[in-house]
Design a protein around this ligand. Structure first.
Ligand code: SAH
Length: 238
């Protein structure tokens, strides 16, 4: 029997409406722009990206995807929001960045491109899908043996509720209201368990710490509210 599609259409609609704002540094995606230099540093501090085949799952307007391309990787970005991909493609053309963007569901993509990528990134996506376990499984299938998967999401605890929803959406107005649903947040040990079920081992975890006065983030070891992880796929490296 075919599995039900693992896409929340209200999420897709939400991102389609926001699509024009992907590259507005002061708009609703400002947080992602502030986080991005730290995210790319986290990735390159764990793996060599130059010359590697990387898939960016849920790439949106291409914030991380472009940085990976500029770091010398062969990058593909997939997302289910067509307007976001239009923005990403248009920018890549204009800036002559050699990135392949596709409107694809990660699970269907994984059926076509098993073990095709050295690195898969899936940042700030798991909290927007109905079943994060299935997305992690598809990411794992896309990885070559010994490949690396980078996941970032939001921890599920009272601090996350206060900071990521009340603080970010209602007090500081860093994010549009309704961006996040507390029930979709994932604790680090839960994420690790989900990844282990897919043959992935946790290598490292760091948290982003926001300074509301300076409007900057810094990265520290361990999981806080927003965190990023590096997993390595088991199996023989070729
Ligand atoms: N990864 C990007 C964008 C994060 S925003 C970054 O960190 O810069 C979340 C993204 O997930 C949006 O682009 C949204 O369209 C995408 N998304 C949500 N549900 C999805 C699904 N089921 N499949 C693919 N992408 C999805």
């Amino acid at each position: 029997m075919e599995k039900a599609i693992n896409i929340d259409l209200t999420e897709i609609e939400k991102f389609n409406k926001l699509a024009k704002t992907w590259w507005d540094l002061k708009g609703p995606m400002a947080m992602l722009h502030l986080l991005n230099p730290l995210r790319i540093n986290f990735v390159v501090s764990h793996v060599e990206v130059f010359g590697k085949k990387i898939l960016d799952v849920g790439c949106g307007g291409g914030i991380l995807t472009e940085s990976l391309c500029k770091a010398g990787a062969f990058v593909t970005g997939i997302d289910m929001t067509s307007r976001s991909l239009d923005v990403a493609k248009e920018r890549a053309n204009r800036e002559q960045l050699n990135i392949n963007y596709f409107l694809e569901d990660v699970e269907l993509f994984a059926k076509k491109y098993k073990a095709a990528f050295d690195i898969v990134t899936c940042l700030e996506v798991l909290e927007h899908v109905p079943d994060s376990q299935r997305v992690i499984m598809a990411c794992a299938e896309l990885l070559k043996p010994g490949g690396h998967l980078f996941l970032s999401t939001i921890n599920r605890n009272i601090k996350s509720y206060i900071f990521a929803i009340v603080g970010a959406e209602y007090v500081l107005n860093l994010l549009p209201r309704g961006t996040h649903n507390y029930k979709k947040f994932i604790g680090p040990s839960e994420l690790e368990k989900k990844a282990q079920l897919c043959g992935l081992n946790l290598e490292s975890i760091s948290r982003f710490i926001y300074n509301p006065f300076k409007r900057t983030f810094k990265l520290k070891k361990g999981a806080g509210v927003n965190y990023i992880t590096c997993f390595k796929s088991g199996g023989e490296e070729k």
